[in-house]
Design a protein around this ligand. Structure first.
Ligand code: CNA
Length: 318
C-alpha cells in the first residue's frame, strides 16, 4: 500500500495540506469507515499507567513486582516467564482488575464515532476492557492483544474458567490453577510469544484496505505487529496521531516533513484533543451526555464484564 505513488492532485485532495484541528474535524464528518488504533495512553487518565512514559509508566515502576534484577519489563508479560514465575503477573492482574476504572472521554469519543455511523473498527492494544464499559459495540472492537474479559487455562485443552473464580484467587495473590488439569490460568491477554487473536487476523486486511481515515490515539507505536497496521491503509487517506509526543516516525508518519500530505499530529493528552475535536464537530453535548450516563453506572464495571463473559459462554460454550 505504502509505495503507491499519488499524483499531486490526489495528494492535495486528502487534506488540502491543511493540518489544523478544524480541518481534521471537518474531514471526520466526510468519512464513513474510520479505523481507530488505540494504545495505553488512552487509559492513563482512567488511572492505568502506560508502559513507556518516563517516570509514570509501568516500565519505570517495577519494584513492587519484586523481580530479580536480571528481569526485563517485558518478562512480566512473556509466556515462558509466566510459566516459571506466575507471581509478578498475578500482582499485576490484581492492580488491573476490571471494574476499578472508568472509561475516559477518549473512549466515549470512539463510542460517538460509532453512534454516528463513522467508525469502521477500533483496534485496541489495551487489555483493560474500558471499550466494553464505554459501550463501544463488540462488533466494532478488536482487542488486538486480547483482554481481561475472559479467562482460560494455558494447558493444551484451554479449559474455560469463570471470571469470578479466577478473581477469587487473584485477590488472595495466589496464582490460579485449572481445576481440571492443574495448568496455570491466565486472562486471554496476548503475552509476548503468543499469537494475536483470530479476530485480528481475520478482519485486519479488509478493514485497513477499506478505511477512509485512520485515527491513532495514545500509543508509542513500538509494539509489532500492531504498529504496522498504519502502513496497511490506502495511500490517499488521512492519518491522525493524537499523543503526548510524536510517534511512528520510524514507520513513515511524516508530520513536519516537506513531503507530508496526509499525516497530522495533534499534540497533547487524548482527552484534551478529543474534547477540542468535539467542540469543532458540535459534539460536546453528546460527549457530556455519555460521560454523565457513565457516572450512573460507575459501580457496575465488574458486573458488566462478568455478565458479558457469561453471555459469551452461553453462545460459544468452549
Ligand atoms: P506505551 O508504549 O506505554 O505508549 C503510550 C503512549 O501514550 C506514549 O507515547 C505516551 O507518550 C502516550 N501517552 C501517555 N499518556 C497519554 C495521554 N494522557 N494522552 C495522550 N498520549 C498519552 O503503550 P502502547 O499502547 O503504545 O504499547 C502497547 C502495549 C501497552 C500493549 O501491549 C498493551 O497491552 C500495553 N498496556 C496496556 C494498558 C491498558 O490496557 N490500559 C496499560 C499499559 C500497557
Amino acid at each position: 500500500m505504502e509505495n503507491i505513488t499519488l499524483a499531486d492532485v490526489e495528494k492535495k485532495a486528502v487534506m488540502n495540506y491543511d493540518f489544523s484541528i478544524k480541518n481534521v474535524a471537518e474531514t471526520i464528518l466526510k468519512k464513513k469507515k474510520i479505523v481507530v488504533m488505540a494504545g495505553a495512553g488512552m487509559s492513563v487518565s482512567a488511572g492505568i499507567p502506560d508502559f513507556r512514559s518516563p517516570g509514570t509508566g509501568l516500565y519505570s515502576n517495577l519494584e513492587k513486582y519484586d523481580l530479580p534484577s536480571s528481569t526485563s519489563p517485558e518478562d512480566l508479560f512473556t509466556i515462558d516467564y509466566f510459566k516459571d514465575n506466575p507471581m509478578p503477573f498475578t500482582l499485576r492482574a490484581h492492580c488491573l482488575m476490571p471494574g476499578q476504572f472508568l472509561p475516559t472521554p477518549t473512549h466515549h469519543f470512539i463510542k460517538l464515532l460509532s453512534d454516528k455511523g463513522l467508525l469502521s473498527r477500533v483496534y485496541t492494544q489495551n487489555i483493560d476492557t474500558l471499550e466494553v464499559l464505554a459501550g463501544i459495540p463488540a462488533d466494532k472492537t478488536v482487542f488486538a492483544h486480547g483482554s481481561f474479559a475472559d479467562v482460560h487455562c494455558i494447558g493444551d485443552e484451554r479449559h474455560p474458567v469463570a471470571l469470578e473464580a479466577w478473581r477469587a484467587q487473584i485477590d488472595k495473590r495466589d496464582p490460579p490453577r485449572c481445576k481440571e488439569c492443574d495448568a496455570l490460568v491466565k486472562p486471554d491477554i496476548v503475552f509476548f510469544g503468543e499469537n494475536l487473536p483470530e479476530r485480528y487476523v481475520e478482519l485486519r486486511r479488509t478493514d485497513l484496505e477499506e478505511a477512509d481515515m485512520l485515527i491513532i490515539v495514545g500509543t508509542s507505536l513500538q509494539v509489532h505487529p500492531f504498529c504496522s497496521l498504519l502502513n496497511e491503509t490506502r495511500a490517499d487517506i488521512p492519518r491522525v496521531l493524537i499523543n503526548l509526543q510524536p510517534s511512528g516516525e520510524h514507520l513513515g508518519l511524516l508530520f513536519d516533513h516537506k513531503d507530508n500530505y496526509r499525516d497530522v499530529f495533534l499534540k497533547g493528552t487524548c482527552d484534551d484533543q478529543v474534547k477540542a475535536l468535539c467542540k469543532v464537530l458540535g459534539w460536546t453535548k453528546d460527549l457530556d451526555r455519555l460521560m454523565q450516563e457513565q457516572k450512573k453506572k460507575e459501580n457496575d464495571g465488574w458486573k458488566i464484564i462478568v455478565e458479558a463473559q457469561k453471555k459469551k459462554r452461553q453462545t460459544q460454550p468452549k
